[in-house]
Design a protein around this ligand. Sequence first.
Ligand code: SAM
Ligand code: SF4
Length: 333
Amino acid sequence: MSQPMIDPFGREVSYLRVSVTDRCDFRCVYCMAEDMTFLPKREVLTLEELDRLCSAFVDKGVRKLRLTGGEPLVRKNIMSLIRNLSRHLDSGKLEELTITTNGSQLARFADELAECGVRRLNVSMDTMDAAKFKTITRWGDLGKVMDGLRAATEAGLSIKINMVALKGVNEHEIVPMMRWCHDNGYDLTLIETMPLGEIDEDRTDQYLPLSLVRARIAEDFTLTDIPYKTGGPARYVEVKETGGRLGFITPMTHNFCESCNRVRVTCTGMLYMCLGQDDSADLRAALRASESNDLLYDAIDEAIGRKPKGHDFIIDRRTRQPAVSRHMSVTGG
Ligand code: SAM
Ligand code: SF4
């Protein structure tokens, strides 16, 4: 039945990330090729199936649920799913319901998200330069994201900006971005590029180790490690001069696996026990095989029993192959 999820290394799984769609209105260079082929609709879980799946995980001890994608806010009727899932916040079973978004649709949805009990958002933004934003996202419009951020702030949502650090592309904008975020009351988290999926570019050209970035920032700012945790893999420092928080997600330079409490489900219902490994379990089959959740619970338990100790990401200069072949937009960020 719905027993808690404890993996073979004694880590309790309490955080679920669900990709609600593989589609997106952007084509970020490190995430997707420009001419992506998306999944046929029948393969993607319906909103009802997504609700059933998320609720089963909540029954099994998930306290924090993050919807991601692709771009979650481009999925048709996504707000009906979010509104339905908010019942688990009302019941107290779920501590947090949140999303990771590119911000393009936020101006439209911010108020409704707040009404549904969403308190915090992760918004991905790699630059504040409109032309560069277009180059990185290919199809994005920085002005719309800025409008979305304003709407989210007015709706009372806390914001964390996620910035992928890209060598030679936005590395000189990291400090200005940090100042801007902190002036606006946003946290900033820097992310190293991860070798996920075939893209049109060479990843070894994009990779910028955050250990180097941190050392550079520390030349001008006082950074103090703080135990602040959001349930995710970021490690935070407080920046004395700005009074804000700066996070680092360093899958490549630092092993962030030992405290891993997360699993991910794709929009087709594949459960990935680790972002950096290919092993997965087909929960869609269990969902569609029966109306009762027993098969689903069994499939989840069996999979958690195989959760690996850690990932083996490596950006390999010789083979230039991604470590895992699926894109981030499939597993969700
Ligand atoms: N579309 C939403 C967004 O952009 O926030 C949610 C999905 S996106 C895949 C989630 C996060 O993954 C984003 O912050 C994005 O920058 C990051 N991301 C995508 N591909 C990545 C990669 N190869 N390495 C590191 N981060 C990546
Ligand atoms: Fe879309 Fe997010 Fe991937 Fe950019 S990072 S292409 S916004 S899914």
